[in-house]
Write a protein that binds this ligand. Structure first.
Ligand SMILES: [Zn+2]
Length: 440
């Protein structure tokens, strides 16, 4: 058992439905076997457990682990290509890089860089677009397991309109997916996600094979892209003769275990269907801005009751930090005129934590730091004298402190990260360097 002492900020209930910030300035979290077994005022928890070691996480803030619901492992080295719309960016930049993952040694190096970048940014759980090559997906799961992150991922499949070396067949996609499921689904924190790249690159036969695998594998997830860019949407309509979401729905791929990335240009009928099926949308605002995809209609999603979480969409997105991603979500709404949703820092924290947990069906385990949940946590402790350190010192109240976090925090301010009580990023901070307080 370890007793953590910290200023804790979390959002146990959805603030779009009345939930509020929970702020405990001197909180005690007793962690046993990776789970939070007691939470309360530090003095009270300490009095009940006078002999447990104390890990003192002051000064700074302790937040629930961040959840990234859309990020591409093979695009780690493709971050930062600016100036192109989606389809040109894919052809000129992203897909050539994805093709390099045919070399498993290359893929292993990228996987190591990828899980390090996630953990260093405070991301403890991610729904990850894997690679088009099964051995590359193996090394991703290996790296995630070695690091201790919660990763849901799978083989990305397409059988048209990509580079030929990225193409598969419906049977091969099914067989390779099935084998990956056998090796990784349910091992440690890993889970399998059936991952058609997008319907533009998938025949009906391939989507049918995806549906067969998703149906067969209990607890599998389904993730893909939807309504990202107008030229893409027009091409999907030409190929399938209907709406974008319908190209998935006709194969039974729209359900409560489905997460669709982007949905920047949805029709109302699509929002209705997403809500009726309990499917979620991963909003990726830095990617939407970088590719010029458009302004995400958050208000229409909320009005229809569609659950929305955040995704970094690396490598079209501008990095792994969900603090930056959330800030960009706020900017996008500010720029959306009368349609914009006025977001507060509490909304942003929820979008980066509880909303993602919900989209991934993990809200019974993660998403906030309540007793009974896993100790997945991020310790933000900015360097003394930095703008964030100054801001936190002079914050008027916890809401103000949280606003400063989203305005200013970067991965450099993340000092330590835990998943299920195990440190997954330590930034050179040894536990023994932390102050142990034996007295209240
Ligand atoms: Zn994407």
């Amino acid at each position: 058992m370890t007793l953590y002492r910290a200023q804790v900020l979390d959002v146990p209930r959805n603030p779009f439905q009345g939930g509020e910030l929970r702020a405990d300035s001197d909180c005690g979290l007793l962690v046993t076997g990776g789970a939070i077994t007691e939470r309360g005022a530090f003095a009270a928890v300490r009095a009940r457990h006078p002999d447990e070691p104390v890990c003192d996480l002051r000064p700074g803030l302790l937040l629930s682990g961040l959840v990234d619901t859309h990020v591409h492992f093979p695009q780690m080295r493709a971050i930062g290509a600016l100036g192109m719309p989606l389809l040109e960016w894919l052809e000129r930049y992203a897909l050539p890089e994805e093709a390099r993952l045919a070399d498993v040694g290359y893929a292993r190096a990228v996987a190591g860089e990828f899980v390090t970048a996630l953990a260093d940014a405070g991301t403890t759980t991610a729904l990850v677009f894997g690679a088009h090559f099964a051995p590359a997906v193996d090394v991703l799961f290996e790296a995630a397991a070695a690091r201790g992150l919660r990763v849901t991922s799978g083989l990305v499949v397409g059988d048209r309109h990509l580079r030929p070396e990225l193409h598969t067949t419906p049977q091969r996609a099914y067989d390779e997916g099935r084998a990956l499921v056998g090796r990784w689904h349910g091992t440690g924190h890993n889970r399998y996600a059936v991952t058609p790249r997008f319907s533009l690159s998938c025949t009906d036969d391939l989507l049918a094979s995806c549906a067969a695998l998703h149906e067969e594998v209990a607890g599998s997830w389904l993730t893909t892209h939807l309504n990202e860019n107008r030229a893409e949407i027009d091409q999907v309509r030409e190929l399938f003769g209907g709406g974008y979401l319908d190209s998935y729905d006709r194969h039974g791929l729209v359900g409560p275990h489905s997460v669709f990335a982007h949905n920047v240009h949805p029709a109302d009928i699509e929002l209705k269907l997403l809500a009726a099926r309990g499917a979620s949308v991963a909003h990726c605002p830095t990617s939407n801005a970088a590719l010029g995809s458009g302004l995400f209609p958050l208000g229409r999603h909320l009005a229809h009751g569609v659950d929305v979480a955040l995704g970094s969409d690396v490598g079209a997105g501008a990095g792994f930090s969900l603090f930056k991603e959330a800030l960009q979500a706020y900017f996008i709404q500010r720029l959306s005129g009368a349609d914009g949703v006025p977001l507060t820092a509490v909304h942003l924290l929820y979008l980066a934590t509880g909303a993602g947990a919900d989209a991934l069906g993990l809200s019974d385990q993660i998403g906030d730091l309540s007793a009974g949940k896993q100790f997945d946590a991020v310790w933000l402790s900015p360097p003394p004298g930095s703008a964030l350190a100054v801001g936190l010192t002079h914050a008027a109240n916890p809401d103000d402190a949280l606003s400063k976090v989203f305005a200013l925090a970067t991965p450099a301010d993340v000092r330590a990260v835990w998943v299920a009580g195990t440190r997954v990023a330590d930034k050179g901070v040894a536990i023994s360097e932390m102050r142990k307080s034996d007295t209240v």
